[in-house]
Ligand binder design. Structure first.
Ligand SMILES: *[C@@H]1O[C@H](CO)[C@@H](O)[C@H](O)[C@H]1NC(C)=O
Ligand SMILES: *[C@@H]1O[C@H](CO)[C@@H](O)[C@H](O)[C@H]1NC(C)=O
Length: 207
């Protein structure tokens, strides 16, 4: 869909903000693709980062808070039946994960949001309890991206066309004392300032 009319965009954004993402996908694992042999094929795990908060860490371990390999987590993607603005080949929705609890208790549903520390140039994806999250999108070939309709590479910024941004990196992050090798989303073009981050693509692989 190519949206050019600002009124249509404003309407589309209002729809997106109020969308009910109640169509739950089948369960899947998240798998990274990268030019780096050590990272290519690595799965992701929801890693404990606070009370009912988890990050998207690499299951391979090797970081201060997760030295040992971990089992891959199960994720689902909630989409909407309403028409959603997005680039033609992507479907927007919310990424979810359930935190297991003690036997006999219900798991805690959590949803992905982006945590931002203004002193670093990437957002840290974190799962929080509840239903409010950061809308991301998935392509027909099952790769996740973030959608935007403003081109900030020109002055003045030009709005009108939805585009997909694949600015995922694997970086060792620091959040509330937890240090994991996590998937992050770079804010703006270019590589993260932190040394040693690796460009990755994030794919869902149905179980
Ligand atoms: C995802 O969809 C399921 C099934 O409709 C629903 O129970 C759950 O609350 C939804 N989660 C979010 C974050 O919208
Ligand atoms: C990464 O893994 C995929 C799937 O196993 C493979 O097709 C691809 O060639 C690998 N990429 C690199 C750069 O090794």
């Amino acid at each position: 869909m190519k949206v050019t009319n600002p009124t249509i965009i404003a309407f589309a954004l209002a729809v997106l903000a109020s969308a009910q993402f109640d169509q739950q996908s089948a369960p899947f694992h998240l798998v990274l693709f990268s030019d780096d042999d050590h990272i290519n094929g690595t799965t992701l795990t929801a890693c404990h980062s606070g009370a009912a908060i988890s990050s998207l860490c690499l299951s391979s371990g090797g970081s201060p808070s997760s030295p040992d390999p971990l089992a891959p987590s199960i994720f689902r993607f909630n989409t909407s039946t309403q028409t959603q603005p997005a680039s033609p080949e992507s479907t927007p929705g919310l990424l979810t994960n359930e935190i297991p609890t003690a036997p006999g208790n219900l798991p805690i549903p959590t949803v992905l949001d982006f945590y931002q520390d203004p002193t670093v140039d990437y957002a840290l994806p974190l799962f929080y309890p509840g239903e409010i999250g950061r809308t991301i999108a998935v392509t027909e070939s099952n790769f996740f991206n973030v959608q935007g309709y403003v081109d900030y590479s020109v002055n003045p910024p030009k709005s009108g066309e939805w585009k997909s941004y694949n600015r995922w990196y694997a970086c060792t992050t620091y959040y509330q004392g937890y240090q994991y090798l996590n998937v992050v989303f770079k804010l703006g073009a270019g590589k993260p300032q932190e040394p040693g981050c690796t460009s990755v693509e994030v794919k869902r692989v149905f179980i």
